[in-house]
Design a protein around this ligand. Structure first.
Ligand code: PLP
Length: 367
């Protein structure tokens, strides 16, 4: 790749000025302990491979034909699983694509989009791509979100909940407050990690339960994390029928078939295996608590995570150095060289064996 010299002479100004998102790296070598991109360490439900194999075996109708443009079966299953109407569901090629369409549909207006200063780093990239003004609202000192800071004119608000990379959870009361205070702005809650979140009193944490109360609330989720299907590329949004209609219009002005037949079949089958899904989520939560304990034992400060990763600060704040040392031992974690968070590491919750390997490696470094 690098021996080619890229000539931008024929590029549009827009293509020249883009600052693309940098995905976490996907190195492939043996015995790597990959704790950098929040993938699930457990395999997807066996029903997924069965459904995909069945789809492939359909000689007459299978891959020869285009998929259902609106993924109707998948939407129907999602509607049943999440107890909403199929018209309140939108699906896309990963929630990244859903989010891109959200930005294209709702935020290009006179007033700016509001987002936390520390959050999913794709948001500013989409804002740039679609020419949207985005104002970043600083998180509080303890990295929490204070919804009072969002009381200003805006086209919309986008918040990851649980937030990434902090892992902190915003209460449903706070989400309701945001939605009711901004009746003319679209409030987007990116729930990529919500299945790993639990309220202290066992109450509901997903804002999908609020979409019938607020016509300006849109909730996005993904099969990539809690359902172990990052490689299948399936994401969804839940919201009022009018918001969903806008997304469908935008999708059909760009790509009518974002979900291929295998993805539609696999994701639909995945939803049928509730028991396995719940088991995996519970196991990740258990492993997250074990990882937190191990890190605290080594002097790390660990934020209370509601996700499948922890955000942790080594006691000397030498996060970059620790990330480099871990890499030499074949353990990859994520370090963000950004203001306020450069003394932290984001570490994906892995299997029991991976967690042990991480903790032993950190222990060795301290000896
Ligand atoms: C992983 C992630 C996504 C994207 O998920 P895909 O469905 O794989 O595109 C979106 N938002 C946040 C906050 C994420 O961490």
């Amino acid at each position: 790749m690098s021996e080619y010299k890229i000539d931008t002479r024929l590029w549009s100004t827009k293509a020249r000025n883009l600052m693309p998102y940098t995905p976490g790296e996907q190195p492939r070598h043996d015995n790597l302990c990959k704790l950098n991109t929040n993938e699930n360490p457990f395999p997807p439900s066996v029903k997924v491979a069965e459904a995909i194999a069945a789809e492939l075996a359909e000689q007459a109708t299978g891959l020869r034909l285009y998929p259902m443009p609106e993924s109707n079966n998948l939407k129907q299953s999602l509607a049943e699983t999440y107890q909403v109407q199929p018209e309140q569901v939108f699906v896309g090629n990963g929630s990244d694509e859903v989010l891109a369409l959200v930005f294209a549909c709702f935020f290009l207006k006179e007033r700016p989009l509001l987002a936390p200063d520390i959050s999913y780093s794709f948001y500013p990239v989409y804002a740039e791509t679609f020419g949207i003004e985005m104002v970043q609202i600083p998180l509080s000192e303890d990295f929490s979100i204070d919804t009072d800071d969002y009381r200003r004119p805006c086209s919309g608000v986008i918040i990851a909940n649980p937030n990434a990379p902090t892992g902190l959870l915003l209460s449903l009361d706070a989400v309701s407050k945001l939605a009711s205070e901004h009746p003319n702005a679209v409030i987007v809650i990116d729930e990529a990690y919500i299945d790993f979140a639990r309220a202290d009193n066992g109450a509901q944490v997903s804002a999908v339960s609020l979409i019938n109360d607020f016509d300006n609330l849109l909730v996005t989720q993904t099969f990539s994390k809690s359902r172990s299907l990052a490689g299948l590329r399936v994401g969804m949004a839940f919201g009022n029928v009018s918001l969903i209609a806008a997304l469908t219009r935008m999708k059909n002005s760009f790509n009518s078939y974002p979900l291929d037949k295998l993805a539609q079949a696999g994701a639909t089958a995945c939803l049928q295996d509730t028991e396995y899904f719940e088991q995996v989520c519970a196991k990740i939560i258990e492993l997250r608590e074990a990882m937190t304990k191990g890190l605290v034992g080594l002097g790390f400060e660990v934020l209370p995570s509601h996700a499948n990763f922890v955000f942790a600060r080594p006691k000397d704040g030498n996060a970059a150095e620790i990330a480099a040392n871990l890499r030499e031992k074949g353990i990859i974690v994520r370090h963000f060289n950004a203001p306020r968070i450069n003394e932290y590491l984001r570490i994906t919750v892995g299997t029991e064996a991976q967690t042990q390997r991480l903790i032993s490696a950190l222990q060795e470094m301290q000896e």
